[in-house]
Design a protein around this ligand. Sequence first.
Ligand code: RAM
Length: 906
Amino acid sequence: MRSISLLILLAATLSLQAQTLTIRDLTCEHQNNPLGLDVTVPRFGWKLVSGQRGTMQKSYELRVGTDDKALVKGQKILWQSGPVASDQSVLVPYAGPAVTSRQRYYWQVKVADNKGNSSAWSEVKYWEMGLLKASDWTARWIESDLPGDSVNSPAPMLRNNFTLKKMVKSARLYVTSHGLYECYINGQRVGDQFLTPGWTSYNKRLQYQVYDVTSLVTNGANAAGVILSDGWYRGNLAWENNRNIYGKTLGLLFQLEATYADGSKEIITSNEQWKSSTGPVTRAGIYYGEAYDARLEKKDWSMSSYTAGDWHGVRAVNVSNDNLIASYAPPVKKHETFKPKSLKVTPQGELIVDFGQNLVGWVRFKANGKAGDKIVVHHAEVLDKKGNFYTDNYRAAQAEIVYTLKGGGEEVFEPHFSFFGFRYVKITSPNKLTADQITAVAVYSDMAPTGNFTSSNPLINQLQHNIQWGQKGNFVDVPTDCPQRDERLGWTGDAQAFSRTATYNMNVATFFSKWLKDLAADQVKNGRVPFVIPNVLGDSASASTGWADAATIIPWNVYYAYDDKRILEQQYESMKAWVGYMEARSRNDLWNRGFHFGDWLFYRPNDDTDGRSAVTDKYLIAQCFWANSTQIMLNTAKVLGKEDDVKHYTEWLKRIKDAFLKEYMAPSGRLVAGTQTAYVLALNFDMLPETLRAQAAERLAQNVKDYDNHLTTGFLGTPYLCEVLTRFGYTDVAYSLLLQETYPSWLYPVKMGATTIWERWDGIKTDSTFQTPGMNSFNHYAYGAIGDWMYRRVAGLRETAPGYKELIIAPQPGGNLKNATAELETLYGPAKSAWKLENGVFTLTAVIPANTTAQIVLPDAADASVTEGGVDVGKVKSVTAMTKEGTSVRLTLGSGTYTFTYGMKQ
Ligand code: RAM
């Protein structure tokens, strides 16, 4: 009897649990409790968690206040939305009274669903405003008064004592610099961010950071100390001794605001009373690395007990604060660490450490020795054919650490103002270091990981790993081409090619939003978009097709991945200006002028005996990208409701395509360039009339077969190659490319031991020699754009409405894969497609987030008897529609976890 009632109780709780509706992952402006926003209409997001299938949000209610304790009691409400009948749970705008500088706002949300469930009020979250007006800054910009302060000279240190007279309730530091800064208060490092204030087009947009320093300050005597370094501001950047790009002098702007327990305030600022000196960082640079002489450390220099007797003064200078902006993108932080996989002596007699992973960051080491002993660390991505340390591909980047010991015990070192792209380090040291003294630390923008892809093929899994590491290493505040040589610039073409894949692997919404603002800021007046952003190459280095189109492609991809309309509004003028430039420069509706990189680094056979080399006419490419950007403008204008522009771009699109056909296609449908890239672009961007597409796709497939299932595409054709093949029914050919292990292919580098994506298909040639050292990065993400196809087509998980409000799971088994899984943390929650084919039985596990709807397309299921969770699929309640499409079955259904099973021929 007792056990029965227990069972009933258990069943009741279980069903209760199944019906509970909860909320998780509350965000404001895509962030968790952001500190220091300057977005005046912040937007909220949340995810519904429900055990019930087919859950949709029916309504939500938001409330905001400045007192968290009162808020939970429903008191002192500053703004409440009231119940809003809506299924919007992503980027819902705040609509209360105007926000003010420094204010912290607390917020909560509750929701009701279509099943009659209501959630409780969520946990309380907050966002805090930064300094919204230039006049909020009372601090002065200060510069060191040290003689001979210029590029590559010792890093200046600035310090001052200050007093806080009463008990401190809270304290904030608002800080930025010309150059990089590292800040200390009372001997402790402020925050865990690196390479601050980040890299932007400084003269137009300089980020400041906001730190909660309440726990670092004390009632009474305090001190602040800041080290400055050349960084991107005035250090060597790009080539040919290019330096002082943004200015010649390093500077600091420091404003610490303390609120006392009694509510009164104290503001501590950088001013002419600060002192300056130099210390242990004797030289630092992005490309150079860092020289650190521990004998020059100034013990306790950021403590109030320190006497700065022989320190120099500082200059307070007048600098406009109009360019100051709050940081929006994720800060650069430390992530994974790696212990040495091996320590070995090379044939040349050098001691090298292998970390087993090409990564970006630095090496932390512990050492013992005499004062004056030097430890020198050099970095390399690869070893040469004979196993020797190889750095020719770093070009002029010295990428070295020179550490001078102070002696007297164990010393631990990590660089402060540089980063390196490496898998190996060579260490010279009087006392040999052992493996336990050395650790590699990966450093990159702190983006939330969102996606993963795995399959039964270990080489493909390694490829996915390489793609993700390419993203980590090259998303270091700006999207860079490479992290190791004297370049590391925000190359636009690379970024656009990889952008869609990037949205799968990590949440890159704010990362790209920030960088796109720099793109707009650095865009040339007539609309030309620079090759690199921030632009350090000059205005004429701009307007290359496929590079400049980052201006349209990336905003659209980010909008589509996150349903973030604001990014389209924010970029609209910039997008329009670039497309307007092409319109203005075109002749007879052809965009066929100027310099273009073209299908960069496409395959050039050594034995081009039959003249089939994969050269694609650059102007043909330009016409395709122009059409694509025009199409994006047309779509964007529709989203933003700009009717006149819709008309304008519709007309232009037709003209561009008509001109394309006249100029680049024979009446038979053959393109003047018979390359894979030509057909891929023409098909992907719908350049050809419908009637000619099938035969163009056939030519493309044939071309692939002619090369024995190898690709020949470069930066511009590669991202769309497999996608186009799939779209026109050649998924088998796409698989043959994905699984190709010989050069040129995605798996060739994997077979050669790559742990990241290479810049070139043959960075290491088949005879194990290297491509030209002038351009041979082993960590360059562009070709990693295949990741998109793996998620979208192999696993079949993709959005059919912006932000995954509607999605599709349509796996395409093939290529002898036994299984494949894509997982994606969407803004609505986790989505998943996991299929396997075992002994003729196909199983698909699909996870559809609450508050979304999905379609599932079951391949080869038309004649099969499909079950879901053991039940005939026709009887599954949350499946609202089922249709046969050729050999597939298409289902429409709501949220939940489903497992479909049926027999499939192999
Ligand atoms: C190289 C860069 C980048 C590419 C340009 C055109 O220098 O590494 O990848 O976009 O050239």
